[in-house]
Design a protein around this ligand. Structure first.
Ligand code: FAD
Length: 596
């Protein structure tokens, strides 16, 4: 199998499943530049001084205020991070996009408004717009004069986005007549420009740029569980005439726009979730320090330390994988010769790392959900009432598992895309799985203790075993089901869970390894966080693998595979109680996430 120690600096998408990475080659939050820090401070000040004090007003659906805040964000350059300078943007790297998304998440409702405008309208225009479309619409979008929205979902087609029924009929002069209805559109109540997906002349899935002034009508505001400060409405198109020049990309190529934009948006959603988790950890830490029961702060109780420690561990892993992805995308763009005005290098990079973007979305949204649920629990009764923000965060965050592709759809995509790459020959997964099969049938060949040494050696060895476990399950699934694997969703979900844990565990470990090597502040806590994550990932991967294997084989074959699994996943437990206590104590002492 291909678990070697030599690897390219820039791994291709999915290659991490087959190869180790070097800690020095991976981008981490500790490697951000002064420019990144400056933009983070700018975004923080904007959120703290301009958005959070007006949250109540936003929740009362004061859309004039939303528009004004978008303009203010524009004034600070926050809308133009992903836009080339030639079009009035800042043309900055994806680490900067990540930093901005993380920070804006502190005000989730405004984060949704911002995301629909910047990530789902400006980005598709930059990536797919013609020169004339960019010249026409980007200045207004970048200044916040016009607000954007992205209209893909319909009553009958959410996950099944290509099943859209909104239709556009070509007219003799080349223009289109648009008819149909979209659902749940963020910024739907007040946006001026919509990226609308429809079927042209029957079945050609296409993206159109549709101005409100062409005749778009908004439905009433939805009564949502959370995100009350963002607008979500239906959109109605009745014989809306759209000029021929307003096709985004090409007629029949709407799926390219939709899916590529979602790759980028999923990564950014993961970033927003990581930012939300940071804020909630700070709230929990402060509350646990202040709240006294039985004569002592609740932060002194082991049960609460466990929660805070685990919140930090999971957030650490998500944050590590997000910065790793941003670094990969930036490196890939930098290595691709391209004109600064041309979005195709960014497009190709996000296509390359689409699996990783789906992992970021699922891991980010589920970590945030966990963190916010425990934040409520730490607040006790106060977590359940509106006097404290914990319940609002919980409500606001729930939708992250639903939009930008539900977590089920993203889980299907993760193994699906990996296997597609393998079949196309872009990822040598099939030969690696075959080689592993031979290795497992032969005498034990786990790495000898001397093969991996130094800091986190046990964890790095464990991760090699995780990858072999993933290969064993992927290999058996492809062999057992062939092309019918798509019908076996339960097995695919287990495969996705294993892949998510492998990527998260490796990202956390590489980061902690780098932190130790460079003596960054609190490096020992980085190591604690990575070790706890790897320890628990081993248990989760074991459970997923056992269930997947038992769904595919039985009898002696199953027994042989389970014996191989036991041999692979022989991970000695660490003292996670002590490690989580150290993490929790540091969090409470610093009144916030201790690894920032
Ligand atoms: C607050 C909010 C804002 C939104 N903003 C926007 C926006 O700006 N633009 C936009 O276009 N849309 C937006 N949406 C819509 C959102 O993207 C969809 O709700 C989402 O894609 C899921 O579609 P659905 O609601 O139709 O659920 P369904 O697709 O009906 O899914 C229901 C359940 O079935 C599962 N499921 C569906 N298909 C499969 C399958 N093949 N295999 C296994 N499980 C499956 C899903 O995972 C889910 O658990 C927003 C939604 C909300 C709630």
């Amino acid at each position: 199998m291909m678990l070697t120690t030599t690897e390219p600096t820039i791994l291709r998408g999915g290659e991490w499943l087959l190869q180790p990475s070097e800690a020095d080659a991976v981008f981490t939050p500790e490697r951000v530049t002064d420019e990144h820090r400056l933009i983070r401070r700018t975004a923080e000040q904007f959120v703290d001084n301009e958005v959070l004090p007006k949250l109540e007003q936003l929740e009362q659906k004061d859309w004039a205020l939303s528009r004004d805040l978008v303009k203010r964000a524009a004034g600070l350059g926050l809308l133009g991070v992903d836009v080339p300078e030639a079009y009035g943007g800042l043309g900055l790297d994806k680490v900067t996009s990540l930093v901005v998304s993380e920070t804006l998440a502190r005000a989730a409702s405004f984060g949704a408004t911002f995301g629909a405008h910047a990530n789902l309208t400006i980005v598709p225009l930059v990536l797919f717009g013609t020169e004339a479309q960019k010249q026409k619409y980007l200045p207004g979008l970048l200044s916040g004069e016009i607000i954007g929205a992205y209209a893909l979902s319909e009553t009958g087609s959410g996950s099944d986005a290509l099943g859209a029924r909104t239709k556009a009929t070509r007219q003799p002069d080349g223009s289109f007549l648009l008819n149909g209805e979209k659902m749940w559109i963020t910024n739907g109540g007040f946006a001026d420009l919509f990226v609308v997906f429809c079927k042209v002349d029957g079945d050609q899935f296409t993206a159109l740029l549709v101005e409100r002034g062409f005749g778009v009508k908004s439905g009433k505001e939805e009564h949502k569980t959370g995100l009350h400060g963002s607008s979500t409405t239906a959109l109605v198109f009745q014989d809306v005439r759209v000029p021929a020049d307003n096709v985004l990309s090409e007629v029949g190529k709407g799926h390219k726009v939709a899916f590529n934009v979602l790759n980028f948006a999923r990564f950014k959603l993961g970033a927003m979730c990581s930012g939300g988790a940071h804020s909630a950890i700070a709230e929990s830490a402060k509350y646990a320090a202040a709240r006294r029961q039985f004569g002592q702060p609740i932060a002194s109780f082991g049960a609460i330390k466990h929660k805070i420690g685990e919140m930090v561990v999971r957030t650490y892993a998500v944050e590590s994988l997000l910065y790793r992805i941003a670094g990969l995308v930036d490196a890939r763009i930098a290595a691709t010769p391209h004109d600064a005005t041309d979005g195709s290098a960014a497009l190709a990079a996000f296509e390359e790392y689409a699996v990783e973007a789906s992992i970021a979305k699922v891991a980010g949204s589920e970590t945030l959900n966990y963190v916010l649920d425990e934040n409520i629990q730490i607040h006790g009764g106060n977590g359940y009432v509106r006097d404290y923000p914990a319940e609002r965060h919980f409500r606001d965050a729930r939708v992250n598992r639903i939009f930008e592709g539900t977590n089920e759809i993203n889980r299907l995509l993760i193994p699906g895309m990996l296997i597609r790459r393998a079949v196309k020959g872009d990822l040598p997964l099939i030969p690696a799985a075959k080689a592993l099969q031979e290795e497992l049938l032969g005498p034990p060949s786990m790495p000898a203790p001397g093969d991996v040494d130094g800091v986190l050696a046990d964890e790095r060895r464990a991760i090699m075993s995780f990858k072999k476990t993933a290969l064993m399950v992927f290999g058996l699934a492809m062999q057992t089901y062939g092309a019918k694997l798509t019908d076996e969703q339960e097995v695919l979900m287990h495969m996705a869970d294993i892949a998510i844990d492998v990527y998260s565990a490796e990202s956390a470990t590489l980061r902690a390894q780098a932190a130790s090597g460079k003596n960054v502040p609190r490096a020992a806590l980085h190591v604690d966080a990575a070790r706890v994550f790897v320890n628990d990932a081993a248990l989760r991967i074991d459970a997923s693998a056992r269930q997947a294997l038992a769904a595919m084989v039985d009898g002696d074959t199953l027994r042989t595979m389970l014996a191989a699994l036991r041999r692979l996943l022989k991970v000695t437990p660490i003292n996670t109680v002590a490690a989580r206590r150290r993490l929790a104590d540091a969090t409470v002492e610093r009144a916030g996430y201790p690894l920032a």
